[in-house]
Design a protein around this ligand. Structure first.
Ligand SMILES: [Zn+2]
Length: 125
């Protein structure tokens, strides 16, 4: 049986409502990602969910090559969010090769394989 009450579930159910929430520790005041039961900074358990700003920058990026009939190339990147956490995602709305390190991006809730996920697009667009 999958754990349907843990922090991953809270994160996913918010995404299903088109909300991008990040866990923030009430003890040390720091955000973390991915969602955990214990704060990775201070091991505190008083964790609440905060609306993410959605603003971030590309920390690193790569292009995954895929045949056109399988959907074409796509981007995979690590995004540093303004909240100080890093998450793996992808930047959409531009060619995968045009995603650049330090590019300003903004989050949106999209879908991958039928599951709501946090994706990014260029902030300037
Ligand atoms: Zn903490």
């Amino acid at each position: 049986m999958p754990d349907v009450t843990g922090p991953d579930h809270s994160f996913q159910s918010a995404l299903a409502d088109k909300e991008f929430l990040l866990p923030k520790c009430d003890d040390c005041g720091l955000f973390h990602f991915f969602p955990r039961i214990l704060c990775p900074h201070c091991h505190g358990t008083a964790i609440s969910w905060k609306q993410a700003s959605g603003r971030g920058r590309v920390y690193t990026t790569t292009v995954v090559r895929r045949k056109p009939e399988r959907g074409g190339d796509y981007n995979v990147c690590m995004i540093d969010l303004d909240e100080g956490v890093r998450m793996m995602s992808r930047v959409e709305g531009i060619a995968p090769d045009d995603v650049a390190i330090d590019m300003a991006v903004i989050a949106f809730v999209g879908e991958a394989e039928g599951v709501p996920v946090v994706l990014f697009k260029p902030a300037e667009a």
